[in-house]
Design a protein around this ligand. Structure first.
Ligand SMILES: N[C@@H](CCC(=O)N[C@@H](CS)C(=O)NCC(=O)O)C(=O)O
Length: 205
């Protein structure tokens, strides 16, 4: 049995969506950020990074969305990774960009103390975040296939990740209507059974 430590406002939603897509049973455990539960000794013993998602598997603990999604695909859904090597690499190119750039742009909006000590620096980072996110989304608008999925015509691991980070962008008042292909992708994903199911279970707000 798998246990997913999650918070509905976070990137752990991407893992929840893939679990729902694959219909893999899992036990969800809320990590309540309002109580700083991600820094509790019990949670840090599980995931010393103090972040979500954390997935407990029969083989051990996994962190990092990319690693978790790859594990789930290898165990339960190889069809979520394109068979053609170049397309598989494009999927991972997208995933690495989402993790290392788009997500980090977002974190600058509310996690300034991670990077700077002066409060004035935090305000500056918060103000800049919607612009850096919009720039990332403009790149993704031009780079992905949207046919209708991020990579060609079938769902891959990149899709729920892109969906969740697009949700993040709207929370920072980035107008995603300026990116018609991305907006259509967002609507399509929002309507998927797996996303609706994850929402009903409280894994996404
Ligand atoms: N690279 C990690 C990022 C995980 C991450 O930063 N999660 C955020 C929520 S979106 C978190 O747990 N933040 C808690 C904190 O910073 O205290 C991944 O992709 O899984």
């Amino acid at each position: 049995m798998l246990t997913l430590h999650y918070n509905p406002l976070t990137i752990s939603a991407a893992t929840a969506i893939i679990l729902e897509e694959l219909e893999v049973p899992y036990t969800p455990i809320l990590v309540d950020f309002r109580e700083n539960a991600q820094q509790s000794p019990a949670y840090l013993a599980l995931n010393p990074k103090g972040r979500v998602p954390t997935l407990q598997t029969p083989q051990g603990v996994l962190t990092e969305t990319g690693a978790i999604l790859e594990y789930l695909a290898a165990q339960h859904g190889p069809h979520l990774i394109p068979a053609a090597p170049f397309q598989a690499a494009r999927m991972r190119e997208t995933m690495y960009y989402l993790a290392s750039t788009v997500h980090v742009n977002y974190a600058h909006a509310m996690r300034g103390p991670r990077w700077a000590d002066l409060e004035s620096s935090w305000a500056d980072m918060t103000a800049k975040a919607p612009h850096t996110i919009a720039a990332s989304l403009a790149y993704l608008e031009g780079h992905l296939d949207y046919a209708p999925f991020a990579i060609a015509n079938s769902l891959t691991l990149a899709d729920p990740w892109l969906f969740v980070l697009t949700e993040f962008a709207t929370r920072l008042q980035v107008d995603i209507a300026q990116f018609p292909k991305l907006s259509a992708h967002h609507l399509m994903m929002n309507d998927r059974y797996a996303v609706r199911n994850a929402r009903v279970k409280g894994m996404i707000p």
